[in-house]
Write a protein that binds this ligand. Structure first.
Ligand code: FES
Ligand code: FES
Length: 158
């Protein structure tokens, strides 16, 4: 199978990787770069467990080919905090009970992080609407929404 070499920056680190043309971005992250915080769920673009940032915008990594990110910049859940310091969203999901099994959580955190970058003071309805591409089988969403609203307030410095 034809191999392609791509250059990609992931969480601020440059990588040059040889991959087959049909490699998914989610597989590149998990299997080649060992960043297993990005989860595989439905692999059909429905559950959002595989959400990452591509040049600052949220994308579902199961819907992209790795060759499409050549020359671009990715942030995964591993790149969100600062060393041992969690991102306010990670802290808030933990403190507000926004996770149970945690499988969906990296996707929710990455989606809500991009959401708050565009709208730092969302209403509850806007948060719920912004999460329409992410599914959780455990929490019932109430605490996820609360986690995001609390983090948003914290990030605004209140
Ligand atoms: S694994 Fe990508 S959307 Fe479900
Ligand atoms: S916390 Fe288990 S799927 Fe969301």
């Amino acid at each position: 199978m034809t191999q392609h070499t791509i250059e990609v920056t992931v969480n601020g680190e440059h990588h040059s990787v040889q991959i087959p043309a049909r490699r998914l971005l989610s597989d590149l992250l998990r299997d080649d770069l060992h960043l297993t915080g990005t989860k595989r769920g439905c692999e059909t673009g429905i559950c959002g467990a595989c959400s990452v940032h591509l040049d600052g915008e949220v994308v579902k990594s199961c819907l992209m080919l790795a060759v499409q990110v050549d020359g671009r910049s990715i942030t995964t859940i591993e790149g969100l905090g600062d060393g041992d310091t969690l991102h306010p969203l990670q802290e808030s999901f933990m403190n507000c009970g926004g996770l149970q099994c945690g499988y969906c959580t990296p996707g929710f955190v990455m989606t809500s992080c991009a959401m708050l970058a565009h709208n730092p003071a969302p209403t509850e309805d806007e948060v719920r609407h912004g999460l329409n591409g992410n599914l959780c089988r455990c929490t019932g969403y109430t605490q996820i929404v609360e986690s995001i609203l609390v983090a948003a307030e914290k990030m605004r410095g209140n």
